[in-house]
Design a protein around this ligand. Structure first.
Ligand SMILES: Cc1ncc(C[n+]2csc(CCOP(=O)(O)OP(=O)(O)O)c2C)c(N)n1
Ligand SMILES: CC(=O)[C@@H](O)[C@H](O)COP(=O)(O)O
Ligand SMILES: [Mg+2]
Length: 666
């Protein structure tokens, strides 16, 4: 690739002239090679400033160019699985200017976005969905008699997700025209695991396959067809040889035509394969062999994940420009190893994200006690149940948003069997740049209803360590530990712990209190510091705030209800959806205990939030100390007004009034 200067200040001549796919169709073979180089320069220059999915997109440059030359988007529909590899597609469909604000609020999404372009369809960043979308879309076009091509791009990592195989089973049965481009770079973040990966690598790495195939084709071609039986026998020989040198029978036995392996960086070869697939008249897999990070040496040489999704980095070296800081993830990883040192029954499970979740730290010390199941969170949960039935205590570490798809497994395979499995949910709450399908805001509501399951939300490193140890000590059911993205909050020591007799939650931490007991502020997890600042601001208005951290937030600790009964107003603030969240659950617990204290719950409303920074989105939602303090002051002063009013009404012999007002703010 062209040596890069510190930054590519202007877009290349050919790329700069691309306003849409038509401009790409008109280019000559030589121009296409130059276009690919300009696209790579553009990707490195832009993503080095904003951060983003560099490695995956460097690996699909030629593949995407070929797609836009063979097919006619948006009439033909492109479906990108996970969607993190759609930057080149965006560059060729009129959105180059948006890359200066990639993944920033108001700027280009890091994933396909229907609001951005008619060329985009799937917005969900969760893997292994594209083939199911494709199955449905192809059926719709068939039923409506619409002659439109459906092209799904799915990575080898995404193919380790079970939904892909459910979809392939249906795609084969339906038999509709459908092109599946398997983008096989041999990696998720790390090298892709599993039997499928072995299959694909056999295909990918077997140079003899093509030569042997040519010999067989030659033989078949020169032998006059002597009727169907002979052809079938010869065809079986061809398949047999294929199976011998390249066991791709898996796809064709499913009833899906297989083309490949094709050099995914050879535009002409990809075009040829895509044209054959386009004309096949049924479901076809085009197996493209690519290299993640191709063309940018720091990505090519990054053993960890080929610069899968770096933050802003130095173009010359590829090193991150972010200031080093202690992350929540690292605190978890280090404590997990410490626990594993003491407990030989502790094992770790990752769903193809060992480094991002910290499980890799455990794997480096105890490789035999860590399992990478691929992008298969449902399997992870039930395999963990199996491990627990076998006498172990699995720690399943996933991003909070990705556990959503394993709700049934957690509910019935783990919790109903009362199995000791600990789920550690990183990136819980509002994450930011990856947008709404990455927000880990559902866990406290969704998993909060699971009988016997307990959820902890640590507020800092010390409580993360403590609550992880408490979680793995639970032997009669699943536990969940959830913490946000980014740098861990400064330690926030409790001034005392309130523990009810026989409490299973281990008690509630009081972080601040006052002589006045106007407000009980329940600050969930990492919102502990926000709670402290709110208390200071509200105290300036003359009101006393008791700030507590429940630690274990589901089921609701009974201590919270007792504390509520001693205050004039209860306010909860959580980095999760309000519906069914901690606030909702506490309100219910107070009702059940007949504690009639006015209550307000603050959290994320049932609206799809856009992408942006975590701080920006939280500010948009009014989840800042300033906003919360303003609301709390308003609500508690309203109580003063109402009590004054009720005294006057009583003096005048009138009836009582109920406090109106919003339950929460949005
Ligand atoms: C359900 C789910 N789990 C985990 C992730 C995190 N994730 C994002 S991209 C990725 C790797 C995808 O690998 P592959 O499909 O091969 O695409 P590539 O990055 O290699 O192009 C993972 C695990 C996700 N997006 N969805
Ligand atoms: C697409 C995907 O799911 C991940 O690659 C994600 O973008 C990474 O998020 P973090 O930057 O929080 O690790
Ligand atoms: Mg891959």
């Amino acid at each position: 690739m062209s040596e890069r200067t510190e930054e590519t200040t202007s877009t290349g001549r050919l790329l700069g002239a691309v306003r849409g796919p038509q401009d790409v169709k008109r280019m000559s073979a030589d121009e296409l090679g130059l276009l690919a180089a300009e696209i790579r320069d553009f990707l490195v220059a832009k993503v080095s400033r904003t951060g983003g999915h560099l490695g995956p997109n460097l690996g699909v440059v030629e593949l995407t160019i070929a797609m836009h030359r063979v097919f006619d988007s948006p009439r033909d529909r492109f479906l990108f699985d996970t969607g993190h590899q759609a930057y080149v597609h965006k560059m060729l469909t009129g959105r180059q200017a948006g890359f200066d604000r990639l993944k920033q609020r108001g700027g280009l999404s890091g994933y396909p976005s229907q609001a951005e372009s008619e060329h985009d369809l799937i917005e969900n960043s969760h893997a292994s969905t594209a083939l199911s979308y494709a199955d449905g879309l192809a059926k719709a076009y068939a039923l409506r008699g619409e002659s439109r091509n459906v092209v799904a791009v799915v990575g080898d990592g995404a193919l380790t997700g079970g939904m892909c195989w459910e979809a392939l089973n249906n795609i084969a049965t339906a038999g509709n025209p459908l092109v599946i481009v398997v983008n096989d770079n041999g990696r998720s973040y790390a090298p892709t695991i599993g039997g499928l990966a072995d299959h694909l690598s056999t295909l990918r790495l077997n140079p003899g396959y093509e030569k042997v195939l040519d010999v067989v084709k030659e033989a078949l071609g020169s032998t006059p067809l002597v009727g169907r039986p002979m052809y079938e026998v010869l065809h079986a020989v061809k398949k047999g040889i294929k199976d011998a040198v390249a066991p791709q029978a898996m796809f064709e036995d499913l009833g899906i035509k297989y083309l490949g392996p094709v050099d995914g960086h050879d535009v002409a070869a990809m075009e040829s394969a895509l044209r054959r697939a386009k004309g096949f008249g049924g479901p076809v897999i085009v197996h493209a062999v690519t290299r993640k990070g191709l063309g940018y040496r720091p990505a090519e040489e990054d053993d960890a994940d080929c610069l899968h999704s770096p933050s802003a980095f130095d173009v010359e070296t590829g090193t991150s420009l972010a200031a080093p800081s202690l992350k929540w993830t690292q605190v978890f990883a280090d404590e997990l190893v410490a626990v594993a040192d003491e407990r030989p029954d502790i094992v770790g499970i990752t769903a193809a994200m060992a480094e991002p979740t910290g499980i890799a730290t455990l794997a480096r010390k105890y490789p035999e006690r860590v399992y990478d199941v691929g992008i298969a969170e449902q399997h992870a949960a039930t395999s963990a149940a199996g491990l627990a039935l076998g006498g172990l205590h699995p720690v399943v570490a996933v991003y909070a948003t990705f556990l959503n798809r394993a709700f049934d497994q957690v509910l019935l395979d783990v919790a109903m069997h009362k199995l000791p499995v600990t789920f550690v949910l990183d990136r819980a709450g509002i994450t930011g740049p990856d947008g709404p399908s990455h927000y880990g805001i559902w866990d406290m509501s969704v998993f909060g209803v699971v009988p016997g399951l307990r959820i902890a939300a640590p507020r800092d490193a010390a409580t993360l360590r403590a609550e992880l140890r408490e979680a793995v000590a639970v032997e009669d059911g699943p536990t969940v530990l959830r913490f946000p993205t980014g740098s861990v909050a400064a330690d926030l020591p409790a001034i005392r712990r309130v523990t009810a007799a026989g409490s299973v939650s281990g008690g509630v931490d009081v972080l601040a209190e006052s002589a006045r007991t106007d407000v009980l502020l329940v600050a969930v997890g990492a919102f502990g510091h926000l709670g402290m600042e709110v208390a200071t601001r509200v105290a300036e208005q003359g009101y006393g705030v008791t700030v507590v951290d429940p630690r274990w937030v589901r089921p609701i600790p009974p201590e919270l209800v007792t504390l509520a009964s001693a205050h004039r107003l209860v306010v909860t603030v959580e980095d999760g959806v309000r519906a069914g969240g901690v606030g909702d659950a506490l309100a219910k617990a107070m009702r059940d205990a007949d504690v009639r204290v006015p209550m307000r719950d603050l959290g994320v409303p049932p609206v799809w939030q856009p992408h942006g920074t975590r701080a920006q989105i939280l500010a948009d939602l009014g989840l800042t100390a300033q906003d919360v303090a303003r609301d709390v002051t308003g609500w508690v002063s309203q109580l003063d007004d109402e009590s004054i009013a009720s005294v006057r009404v009583a003096a005048a012999g009138g009836g009582d009034r109920t406090a109106k007002g919003r339950n929460g703010r949005r």
